[in-house]
Design a protein around this ligand. Structure first.
Ligand code: ADP
Ligand code: AMP
Length: 219
């Protein structure tokens, strides 16, 4: 079933996304960091100041989980509660669709912040398989923050977010997943000089000042 989904994704990519990307190849910044590092907060600020579209893998998965008739709703729900990484076929097909829709609506919108992706080796390989040559990954914007600060921020967010994973039990698992699966991906990009690290433990405005300096220099 999942193989079929990825198959569909790779077959459809040559159609719409390839046609659109022939005109304008999408520019992508991957945004990574621990749960609660402030990825979403900073992406919102970037979108206000620059012509970027924010695509959060987590938000897209939560939206798909809630979509009436989704065949993946239950599976996504279980993975999110367990803090585990949802199979790449689902995530990539959602990301691809969101990119296509954005660029088809407005062809000047070809710069994307892809937040919470690639989170593990499977994500990375899936991206390379489906998107190689079809998007230009500029760099990884890495929000570096201690586990303790990340956990406290998520617990605080959990008071109003309604998220099923902003609780101590899910957070322990999410931090483990981040350390075991996502950090090695950041290290791989680092070896190729493709990581821009920001100290995310400071205030929102201080973090954003550093983000702006990076984007003004690089993007
Ligand atoms: P992520 O997208 O990385 O999971 P969020 O952007 O949702 O993180 O931030 C997690 C929580 O921490 C939110 O409640 C947010 O308001 C808060 N937050 C984000 N950045 C900061 C910061 N620099 N200082 C203090 N709190 C922050
Ligand atoms: P986030 O909103 O980024 O904190 O992500 C919340 C949860 O969504 C994660 O703990 C995972 O279960 C799932 N998720 C987010 N991004 C991905 C991804 N790239 N691949 C698979 N699952 C993901």
């Amino acid at each position: 079933m999942l193989g079929r989904l990825l198959g569909n994704a790779s077959q459809r990519v040559p159609s719409l996304l390839k046609r659109v990307s022939l005109i304008m190849k999408p520019k992508v910044i991957f945004v990574l960091g621990g749960p609660g590092a402030g990825k979403g907060t900073q992406c919102s600020k970037i979108v206000e100041a620059y012509n970027y579209t924010h695509l959060s893998a987590g938000d897209l998965l939560r939206e798909e989980r809630g979509r009436a008739g989704s065949e993946y709703g239950q599976l996504i729900d279980t993975y999110i509660k367990e803090g585990k990484i949802v199979p790449v076929e689902i995530t990539i097909s959602l990301l691809r669709k969101a990119m296509e829709e954005t660029m088809t609506k407005d062809e000047t919108k070809s710069c994307f912040l892809i937040d919470g992706f690639p989170r593990n080796e499977d994500n990375l390989q899936g991206w390379n398989r489906v998107m190689d040559g079809k998007a230009d990954v500029k760099f990884v914007l890495f929000f570096d923050c201690s586990n303790e600060v990340c956990i406290n921020r998520c617990l605080e967010r959990g008071k109003s977010s309604g998220r099923t994973d902003d609780n101590r039990e899910s957070l322990q698992k999410r931090i483990q997943t981040y350390l075991q699966s996502t950090r090695p991906i950041i290290e791989q990009y680092e070896k190729h000089g493709k990581v821009r690290t920001v100290d995310a433990s400071r205030s929102v405005d201080e973090v954003f000042a550093e983000v702006k300096a990076i984007l003004d220099k690089e993007a």
